[in-house]
Design a protein around this ligand. Structure first.
Ligand SMILES: Nc1nc2c(c(=O)[nH]1)N(C=O)[C@@H](CNc1ccc(C(=O)N[C@@H](CCC(=O)O)C(=O)O)cc1)CN2
Length: 421
């Protein structure tokens, strides 16, 4: 019998309300013991919730969902309690003392939903992105995958592959009868399918949306990079999102500007001579960032503009001086809104579309494998080989949505979730 797991699924206490979920074969029994009987299925009821000694712990809304039509696919109970630390702690302690119940691991509720066939891998990956979404664009992109749009598209492609395979197999099976041949539409249907898979694979990968567009500020020392960095971070439109984990001599801050996820990267000032060994290392890092940045803002001399970078003339409040490129002043705010508008526009051009499905890198590899197998289908030569290529394409699409995924893959994915999800 599968374990029955429980966890606080809402945010860290103290909070207004705490939602505790219990999933598994003993969920109903556990809720019934604590709430003095099961409420009617799928209807909230206000109950006094008690521990094993009959002591009242809280007055809470309780809900009961009978499997398999639940979020996890198991029997599922929920206690919506007051979100105070001691209330949540007392309820979790009461659950831990019930036989056969244990605390859930990170992502374990979602993993149950996956093993019970309630969601597929593409939906679970979308959910992981949805939970980590900090900007509006990230939320919209992830919701499409989490809501099954991507999976439905793959299912549609898979059905078309099966249809093509059935036509080929019919010809193979009736090879003796000479009036059996492939439908005239076969090649057109095959080409259309390849075209759609290729077009979707060519869209930028969703990791770019998840990780943000790197906007690198580069230039010589004292060019005003850090002032511009700070000004962009405190721009009205900018919401500073959670800090990146790494501290380096390259300073980076994730920020949401107009709902678009950007990572602002401030670099060491570049100069050719007079730099000591440590500064030299900083400059080396700065060069790397310039090479890897999605958007590079150059605050130096126009004749040293790195390839593809955007010329910025900072400190324009000082007047005079160079006036090439976009003029901005971190001090007066002059030109900042033009700069952020431009950043948002450029970023959107290189981000995956949020109103259409896009793949992450793992999904893209399988989609490309499927397209390659389909491209190898040649109806003018051995049809047995064509049939085998169609089977290979079907297998690749299956892998894309996680049929036969390995334990390692699942551990890696669900380990990204928090406890209670
Ligand atoms: N309180 C609470 N809120 C939550 C969740 C939860 O588990 N509990 N969710 C946790 O992820 C998300 C909602 N996801 C859910 C997914 C499926 C079903 C479910 O019961 N599905 C059934 C019946 C659908 C229906 O009522 O029409 C089904 O699909 O058959 C419920 C929630 C977000 N909000």
């Amino acid at each position: 019998m599968a374990d029955t797991i429980y966890a606080l699924s809402s945010g860290a206490p103290p909070a207004g309300i705490g939602v505790i979920r219990i999933s598994g074969p003993r969920a109903g029994e556990a809720l019934s013991r604590m709430a003095g009987g099961l409420p009617p299925a799928r209807s909230p009821r206000l109950r006094i919730v008690r521990n094993g000694e009959g002591e009242a712990l809280d007055q809470a809304l309780v809900m009961w969902f009978e499997g398999p039509n639940t979020a996890t696919g198991d029997d599922l109970a929920e206690i919506h309690c007051h979100g105070g630390r001691a209330v949540v702690a007392a309820l979790l302690a009461a659950l831990s003392s019930i036989d056969g119940l244990r605390e859930a691991e990170p992502g374990e509720f979602t993993r149950r939903a996956f093993s019970n066939g309630r969601i597929d891998l593409a939906e679970a990956e979308g959910l992981a992105d949805l939970l980590s979404a900090e900007t509006e664009l990230q939320r919209r992109g992830a919701l499409l995958a989490a809501g099954g749009n991507l999976s439905r598209q793959i299912e549609g492609w898979r059905d078309r592959v099966l249809g093509l395979a059935a036509s080929i197999e019919a010809v193979i099976d009736f090879a003796d009868e000479d009036d059996v041949s492939l439908p005239a539409s076969f090649s057109r249907e095959l080409d259309e399918l390849i075209g759609e898979i290729r077009a979707t694979s060519q869209r930028p990968a969703t990791e770019r949306l998840r990780d943000g567009i790197r906007v690198v500020l580069a230039g010589p020392p004292n060019a005003g990079k850090s002032s511009l960095f700070n000004a962009l971070l405190s721009d009205d439109a900018a919401i500073v999102t959670s800090e990146a984990g790494t501290t380096r001599d390259v300073l980076e801050r994730p920020v949401s500007i107009g709902g678009v996820p950007l990572v602002l990267v401030d670099t060491a000032g570049m100069r050719d001579s007079g730099a000591g060994a440590i500064e030299e290392m900083g400059i080396e890092r700065a060069r790397k960032e310039v090479a890897n940045g999605h958007i590079v803002l150059w605050l130096g001399a126009p004749d040293e503009l790195p390839f593809g970078a955007i010329q910025i003339s900072a400190k324009s409040d000082l007047g005079g001086g160079q006036s090439e490129g976009l003029e901005v002043s971190a001090v007066t705010g002059f030109g900042l809104s033009e700069l952020t508008d431009m950043l948002v526009e450029k970023a959107r051009e290189i981000l995956p579309p949020v109103d259409q499905i896009a793949f992450n890198r793992r999904q893209r590899e399988w989609a490309q494998t499927a397209a390659q197998s389909l491209e190898a289908v040649d109806t003018h030569s051995d049809l047995l080989i064509a049939a085998e290529n169609l089977r290979a394409a079907r297998r690749a699409l299956d892998r894309l949505v996680g049929r036969d995924s390995t334990e390692e893959m699942l551990d890696a994915l669900f380990g990204r979730f928090c406890i209670g999800k």
